[in-house]
Design a protein around this ligand. Structure first.
Ligand code: XBP
Ligand code: MG
Length: 241
């Protein structure tokens, strides 16, 4: 198998973002006059549902008793999510959520080695754009040929829709790609699309079930090990003399 493309998940993979999301949800609840507060233990359960809007609805339906839904419930949720996204992108712009160790180097090596790059994520487009501008460079989004994100597909992870969407836009078969994920939902999504998937653990997902992953890494601090296990061509980095 000659790897032609790497498809990256975003949250938990490119960066350890979920606690930033959690804090941003809580800021939005306060700003909107709600006494809701998602601590890390509750958020761990809520992460079962991907998509911020879907997660809010899941919380209301499964964890809130006696909440009277406002007339225009859809707009209520969308507004809450817009406020949350504003807080989250502000956190990113303050540089408070860096890319994970090894990620920028992997992306740079892949670009230099002619490996095509794409993103398949559940998170919102503005979150992806801001993370890449902060973590890579002002036009960091342009480093990725295809960015599949947010509501672009009807069914979010663990459904395979977003990965099928990305493969179709790349014009590549699943067999020519590898995916990098951090969660059970993400792994189910990429595997259902037929893509060999490597997992990087993080605080929220480390105890999830990663059966089917080609390999599981604590992180990408040791890129040499990652290159050996994935079969990616080792980068010929210019050794400064
Ligand atoms: C993770 C998600 C997202 C984020 C929150 O996405 O499920 O919903 O938790 O972002 P992935 P939004 O791991 O696929 O990158 O509030 O913008 O959905
Ligand atoms: Mg993820």
């Amino acid at each position: 198998m000659t790897i032609k493309a790497i498809i990256f998940d975003v949250d938990g993979t490119l960066a350890d973002t979920e606690d930033g999301h959690r804090q941003s949800f809580n800021k939005a609840f306060t700003e909107c006059g709600l006494d809701w507060n998602w601590d890390a233990a509750l958020y761990d359960q809520l992460l079962k549902v991907t998509g911020g809007k879907e997660r809010i609805k899941y919380y209301i339906e499964s964890f809130l008793t006696g909440f009277t839904q406002p007339g225009d419930f859809e707009e209520f949720v969308k507004h809450l999510h817009r406020v949350k996204t504003a807080h989250y992108t502000a956190m990113l712009r303050e540089g408070r959520i860096p890319l994970r160790p090894g990620i920028k180097q992997l992306i740079t090596d892949a670009r230099n080695g002619g490996i095509r790059l794409a993103i398949a994520t559940t998170t919102s487009p503005e979150n992806v754009a801001t993370l890449l501008q902060q973590g890579l460079c002002a036009d960091g989004e342009s480093w990725f040929e295809v960015i599949g994100c947010g509501d672009i597909v009807p069914h979010k992870k663990p459904a395979p829709d977003i990965y099928f969407w990305v493969l179709e836009k790349m014009g590549l078969p699943a067999a020519d790609c590898i995916a990098l994920e951090d969660s059970e939902n993400g792994l189910h999504s990429s595997l259902a699309a037929g893509i060999k998937t490597f997992v990087i653990l993080n605080r929220y997902t480390r105890n999830q079930n990663f059966s089917g992953a080609a390999a599981v890494f604590d992180d990408l601090a040791d890129l040499g090990n990652f290159y050996r296990l994935t079969g990616l061509p080792l980068p010929k980095r210019q050794i400064s003399v």
